[in-house]
Design a protein around this ligand. Structure first.
Ligand code: ADP
Ligand code: MG
Length: 357
């Protein structure tokens, strides 16, 4: 269904010489959960704020469905924004906070009561109508802000780091609840975060932003496992990058010269191309009983440091033909590896991401 599709075309926002948002094209389908992910200062808030109508683009167009909303004031748009600091009215009850937007939209009293009750139920706050905001925990306050937002039944809900102020456990719980809520409403959500784990656990699609530009866009699995560039590979968790040069190419299999000697890897780049070969720490395997096909043997590695992390042990190892290349390797928490140990390491060709940027 495309009637409420949110579409940005060549959207820019400059602040003096700073390009806060730089020529963004983006489509968010009706009912999609899009996450805008990026480091602090990358332009996420500015981008979201242009979708909500609080910031005017320097150039470009924004559409919902067929309608050009670029110059439409926030209150006339079918969008609602939820902020990190909740922006609740501290002296009003939960009920009045949730009813506020409906009163503004001149919704009748009966309909208002119905929608407030329904929204509070959806966020798990049934029975809290009469409470004061100061009588609520951080998580409950954020639920009130959400209830207030969904009560007006927006086509697009915009969320700017809405879970940023919550502690980790509540945050994880709210991540799940938000996704559940979004799926049950089938409303389009655009959710801003700087946390890649949060983005991966919530998004249908991630738009990864840096310096106001979309660096990579797609489903979390693709972004994590097949990053389009080095920025994405680095931002989406730990990566091992091995710099190498293609020395020959035949039928989609290349020989590469690397700090690990010469090995074969499937790829299509021409001889002479400089590439980065990337394996995630969990993709570096330990042991000598590896399959004879489809594996790159990375040789011996000396363990420099081991950090126990519950689900795994993270090892910093030194390896390569000249023992001058460092890698991060994740091993099972049951593996009793200690610093000073020598490991045999390898990786699957099919796990390798090969980049030229
Ligand atoms: P994020 O939300 O990803 O942290 P922002 O969108 O807030 O990033 O900011 C992007 C860039 O635009 C930053 O360099 C920031 O300093 C600048 N910026 C944002 N808002 C303003 C403003 N009102 N005036 C001047 N510069 C701004
Ligand atoms: Mg921000």
């Amino acid at each position: 269904m495309s009637e409420n599709r949110l579409r940005l075309e060549g959207v820019c926002r400059d602040y003096g010489t700073v390009k806060a948002v730089d020529n963004v094209d983006l489509i968010v389908e009706q009912g999609e959960f899009l996450v805008l992910l990026g480091p602090s200062g990358s332009g996420k808030t500015t981008l979201l704020s242009m979708m909500g109508g609080f910031t005017e683009p320097s150039s470009g167009k924004i559409y919902i469905g067929q309608e050009d909303i670029t110059d439409m004031p926030p209150a006339s748009r079918p969008t609602v924004t939820v902020f990190q600091d909740y922006a609740l009215f501290p002296h009003m009850s939960v009920y009045d906070n949730v009813a506020f937007g409906l009163t503004m939209h001149k919704v009748s009293k009966n309909e208002r009561t119905r929608r407030v009750e329904e929204s509070l139920e959806k966020v798990g706050l049934k029975g809290f109508e009469g409470r004061g905001i100061h009588q609520l925990s951080g998580g409950q306050r954020q639920r009130v802000a959400l209830a207030r937002a969904i009560a007006v039944e927006p086509a697009v809900l915009l969320l700017d780091e809405p879970l940023g102020a919550l502690d980790l456990k509540i945050r994880h719980q709210m991540q799940e609840e938000l996704v559940h809520l979004q799926k049950s409403l089938n409303t389009t959500f655009v959710h801003v975060t700087h946390d890649q784990d949060e983005a991966m656990s919530m998004a249908d699609n991630i738009a990864l932003i840096n310096h106001g530009k979309i660096m990579d866009y797609g489903p979390p699995e693709r972004i994590y496992l097949r990053p389009a560039n080095r920025f994405t590979a680095n931002f989406m968790g730990d990566s091992n990058m091995i710099e190498a040069t293609i020395t020959s190419q035949q039928d989609g299999s290349a020989s590469v010269a690397s700090p690990f000697g010469v090995f074969e890897i499937p790829c299509q780049f021409q001889s002479g191309t400089e590439v980065s070969i990337i394996w995630r720490p969990e993709q570096i395997r330990v042991g000598s009983d590896y399959p004879s096909e489809g594996v790159v043997h990375l040789g011996e590695a000396k363990v420099l440091e081991v950090v126990f992390q519950g689900t795994h042990r993270q090892c910093h190892v030194r390896c390569g033909a000249k023992m001058d290349h460092d890698l991060l390797v994740k091993v099972s928490p049951r593996n009793p590896v200690v610093s000073g140990d020598m490991l045999e390491i390898y990786a699957f060709e099919s796990d390798a991401v090969i980049l030229t940027d």
